[in-house]
Design a protein around this ligand. Structure first.
Ligand SMILES: NC(=O)c1ccc[n+]([C@@H]2O[C@H](COP(=O)([O-])OP(=O)(O)OC[C@H]3O[C@@H](n4cnc5c(N)ncnc54)[C@H](O)[C@@H]3O)[C@@H](O)[C@H]2O)c1
Length: 288
């Protein structure tokens, strides 16, 4: 087996303007797929242009595939319906959907404003809107097409933060990604008899706009690195091998799985104790 069987496939990637989604779109283009990049940001057009040298050419067939870009907000069900219809109109079918768009941007419980009694409802809703409701809209419309085709592979970007409590990540992010895991399993159950597979990637900490050292204090960055047995943050390209496998026929008997790619971090049974906040003395303990 020289390559994973994804060439000539029609692939949609949401959240494809940057980070993990862009790396997945690029890997698919290199493998000869026809790739539709979608994102809420119009930077998606430039991101698609960058793929021209990676295997696809804007609007023109290069090898067996091509690249197209779409601005689409996954929180808008009508826009998602139009996106999926546009892909099918342009390319005739939809073989693979990487449902990857996601946000965080809310403080963790360890940061000011991130405790359960402090998070504004609007911040909670913003994350749930994209990470959970947005995924729901995408799943609905991709399933509509793939059920009719009697084939397809849906690959959702979940997170290791959806597999256990994670004090360094916000409430709505953990809650949304936990719900994503359930949604993936439930959709896999329903869609199996239509020949449609649904799996999730669960990355650990990856350097992107959402993850990565960013403006974190030095100690927090070191602490994150120390929680990964391979002792480094992931890079978007670390996720693409698994993504291609789940998209291709080489995983034809895999569905309903949540597949971790995290440098070994979730092999640990708990986050390192220096990631946990110290106990707060009770008012009557006399220790404050
Ligand atoms: N970086 C990490 O450490 C990490 C770890 C686990 C899971 N993830 C998940 O990976 C996925 C990709 O994130 P990333 O880390 O590459 O970050 P990123 O910010 O680089 O990419 C996310 C993309 O989603 C797009 N997006 C946001 N809201 C959208 C909307 N409403 N409609 C359409 N597109 C929208 C953004 O514009 C951006 O291009 C997300 O689902 C994220 O939760 C990231």
């Amino acid at each position: 087996m020289d390559t994973l069987r994804i060439d000539r496939r029609v692939v949609l990637v949401t959240g494809a303007a940057s980070g993990i989604g862009h790396a997945i779109a690029r890997a698919c283009a290199v493998e000869g797929a026809t790739v539709h990049l979608a994102d809420v940001s119009d930077a998606v057009h430039e991101a698609a242009e960058k793929l021209a040298g990676a295997g696809g050419g804007i609007g023109s067939e290069v090898g067996s595939g091509s690249v197209a870009s779409h601005v689409c907000d996954v929180t808008d069900p009508a826009a998602v319906r139009a996106l999926v219809d546009d892909v099918v109109t342009a390319s005739g079918r939809l073989d693979v959907a990487f449902l990857n768009a996601g946000v965080n941007g809310v403080p963790s419980p360890l940061q000011p404003g991130g405790a359960i009694d402090e998070i504004p409802f609007e911040a909670w809703r913003r994350v749930m809107d994209v990470n959970l409701d947005g995924l729901f809209h995408c799943l609905q419309h991709c399933a509509r097409v793939m059920k009719r085709q009697r084939s397809g592979s849906i690959v959702v970007t979940a997170s290791t933060a959806g597999l256990r409590a994670e004090p360094r990540v916000s409430y709505p992010y953990v809650a949304s990604k936990s719900a994503v895991v359930g949604l993936v399993r439930q959709a896999a159950l329903e869609l199996a008899r239509f020949g449609v597979r649904v799996n999730a990637l669960a990355p650990g900490p990856v350097v992107t706009n959402i993850g990565g050292p960013g403006p974190r204090p030095e100690a927090a960055v070191a602490e994150w690195e120390n929680s990964v047995p391979m002792r480094r943050w992931g890079r978007p390209d670390d996720v693409t091998g698994l993504a291609l496998l789940l998209a291709s026929d080489d995983s034809s008997w895999m569905t309903g799985g949540i597949h971790v790619v995290d440098g070994g971090a979730s092999a640990l049974t708990q986050v390192p104790s220096d990631a946990l906040p110290a106990p707060i003395p009770t008012p009557d303990s006399g220790t404050d």
